[in-house]
Design a protein around this ligand. Structure first.
Ligand code: GLN
Length: 193
């Protein structure tokens, strides 16, 4: 677990950020150590940060409008833990396949958006998660996958041969949404990074 003094931030410009707060509370993080991040000022003093699920084109536009992008890039480059779930992983990616859209570019991967097909937008399945040595429940909602990654990127989970979780040092991306399950094991793991 993280030292109690750690401040845990959740990017809160759009998406399911509240669900992450609930998960961290259930991990025992006190409210005065939780911060919703909407501006660069909110990021000051945050030790680890989650980018939630949502809509990556919308969030990309908002990050540019609020000028928050460069501060998030700096946060990642300082080596502070950052975890993107679904849209959050797209936002962290260096490349989005077949599209020109804003992303932070800190995670050396190419992501494919909505990779599980148009007709099946949402499903739940147990997926292996290497660092925990056990499966976790993966909630996939119009989920992306990682189709290509650089040498510094470690694959943490695959589902049907598709890469659905990665880590590059302090940076973690998951295609799925642990914040939408009762299982807080990934949140606990993230707090220990
Ligand atoms: N399909 C969304 C996007 O590409 C991501 C969906 C999600 O975060 N659940 O932005």
């Amino acid at each position: 677990m993280a030292p109690v003094a750690d401040v845990v931030g959740v990017l809160a410009v759009q998406g399911d950020f509240e669900k992450h707060l609930v998960a961290f509370r259930r991990c025992g993080v006190p409210d005065d150590r939780l911060r919703l991040v909407k501006t660069t000022e909110h990021l000051a003093g945050v030790d680890r940060l989650v980018l939630p699920g949502g809509e990556s084109t919308t969030v990309g536009l908002l990050l540019q409008r609020f000028g928050l992008g460069p501060a998030l890039i700096e946060f990642a480059q300082e080596g502070k833990p950052m975890w993107g779930t679904c849209m959050g992983m797209i936002m962290m990616a260096a490349r989005v396949e077949d599209r020109k859209q804003y992303s932070l570019g800190v995670l050396d991967v190419t992501v494919r958006r909505n990779a599980f097909g148009a007709q099946v937008h949402s499903f739940e399945v147990d997926v292996p998660f290497k660092p925990l040595d056990e499966t976790v429940t993966g909630v996939f909602i119009r989920a992306p996958i990682v189709v290509e990654s650089g040498p510094a990127v470690e694959v943490l989970s695959e589902y049907e041969g598709k890469v659905v979780a990665v880590r590059q040092g302090n940076l973690v991306g998951t295609s799925f949404h642990p914040e939408l399950t009762d299982d807080t094991s990934l949140h606990r793991w993230f707090l220990g990074l």
